[in-house]
Design a protein around this ligand. Structure first.
Ligand SMILES: [Ca+2]
Ligand SMILES: [Ca+2]
Ligand SMILES: [Ca+2]
Ligand SMILES: [Ca+2]
Length: 419
């Protein structure tokens, strides 16, 4: 019989990344990619893009979505209260502490939208999209209605609450924070509608994302306040990054267009547009936006790494030594339900092998034909073709690939496997 010995590690199996991408520290969170009033009434939606280090996932359990909470316009100084007429719809929503939100791959789009089955004026215009909380179809889009059918999120119905009346300082009139929130299941107007928790005031308001500690992560504001005779009338400030837009009213959408750069904290990279013709729920906002989203994505096999570090070397089990003549199968590690678009195997080193069958799948079968060491390398590639088509891109766009190398040895002195 031939021998098949599992040696102690001769060489560790490494993951090596073929893209010359600069891996920089990227804050992990949710970027507001688009906020739309809808073409009419309260058919509102918001589109979020998961950002973070390449090859990583982000834990968004407990992350908060809200409209203006006072942070975008508030009475100056601590404990001075909120202002009326600034779009503070009482209440907010958050992602539940549910496992489906624990490891969301960077580059995922999350579409949250109004859909009250009993109120056509509070039904966002999302075309043929249907709810997909977990990205079950692997298109990296999660479609999430903010209504009673959504059991993966929850809301507080009252906090923060807006000021009923009065000018600054407004004392305890209005509560622009999240202390004392009590979470209950979503109702059908958890986004917009008469009792909406995130309802976007047409004349001026904000939309924002906050982390599980209620700290601001990203958001924008638009339009003007209406403080009922208070002088001077303060303006929205655009939040931490000054993302403020003059245009307001119905039938408007605010979009990250990556106009100059991919910096989502620079207002010049955003714009306001007519919603009925330009809103793009669940889709990139233009080709530049699609390229940015594509640049965030990596082959899904990379995102559940054993090393824990994003795009870092990925040590596997012990290296193997097999006999000349022996046949063995190699499989790309860390596969999950979603997979890359294409795979390519190659072999190099002092030993020699022949491939049996296909070498374009995530598994390959090889037979050792000559003693020595062999590196078996697989490159997994995602094309993002759908994303770039949706973004209206013309011409070829860049794919994203990762290369894994298996180190193998075929010891000398062993006889070829007898046929
Ligand atoms: Ca609110
Ligand atoms: Ca999906
Ligand atoms: Ca509105
Ligand atoms: Ca969009």
């Amino acid at each position: 019989m031939h021998s098949f010995k599992l040696h102690k590690p001769l060489l560790s199996i490494l993951a090596i990344f073929s893209l010359p991408t600069l891996i920089q520290a990227q804050p992990a969170g949710l970027v507001v990619n688009e906020v739309s009033q809808g073409s009419t009434a309260a058919r509102e939606f918001a589109e979020l893009v998961v950002v973070g280090p390449p090859c990583s996932t982000v834990d968004i359990r407990g992350w908060i979505l809200d409209d203006n909470n006072g942070d975008f316009i508030d009475c100056a100084g601590p404990n001075t209260g909120a202002l009326p007429g600034t779009g503070i719809a009482p209440g907010h929503v958050r992602f539940k502490f549910d496992p489906i939100w624990q490891n969301v791959p960077v580059g995922t789009i999350i579409l949250v939208y109004a859909f009250d089955p009993g109120d056509p004026g509070a039904q966002a215009e999302i075309g043929g999209l249907t709810p997909d909380y977990t990205d079950s179809n692997c298109d990296r889009l999660r479609v999430v209605p903010l209504n009673a059918s959504n059991t993966f999120m929850e809301m507080d119905a009252a906090i923060p609450f807006g000021a009923a009346s009065g000018c600054c300082p407004n004392g305890s009139n209005g509560n622009p924070n999240y202390t004392g929130a009590v979470y209950v299941p979503l109702n059908n107007q958890a986004f917009s509608g008469v009792t909406g928790k995130l309802g976007l005031r047409n004349e001026g308001d904000a939309f924002q994302v906050r982390n599980a500690s209620a700290n601001f992560f990203h958001g924008l504001s638009y339009g003007t306040t209406s403080t009922g005779g208070c002088v001077p009338q303060p303006l929205f400030d655009g939040g931490l990054y000054g993302l403020q837009f003059a245009a307001s009213g119905p039938n408007l959408t605010y979009q990250f267009r990556n106009t100059l750069t991919d910096d989502y904290t620079t207002v010049a990279n955003f714009g306001s547009f007519t919603a009925s013709t330009t809103q793009s729920p669940g889709l990139p906002n233009n080709c530049d936006n699609a390229q940015w989203i594509g640049s965030l994505r990596r082959p899904p096999e990379s995102i559940f790494q054993t090393s824990g570090a994003a795009c870092a070397p990925n040590p596997m089990a012990a290296s193997l030594a097999i006999c000349v003549g022996q046949t063995i199968s190699l499989t790309l590690p860390n596969t999950n339900a979603c997979s890359s678009n294409s795979f390519a195997w190659s072999f190099s080193g002092s030993g020699s092998v022949v491939v049996q069958g296909s070498s374009t799948n995530s598994t390959v079968t090889i037979q050792a034909t000559g003693a020595g060491t062999v590196n078996a390398q697989i490159t997994a590639t995602i094309l993002n073709s759908l994303l770039y088509t949706q973004g209206g891109c013309s011409g070829p766009q860049f794919p994203q690939s990762l290369t894994y190398i298996f180190h193998w040895s075929y010891p000398r002195g062993l006889r070829p496997f007898p046929r």
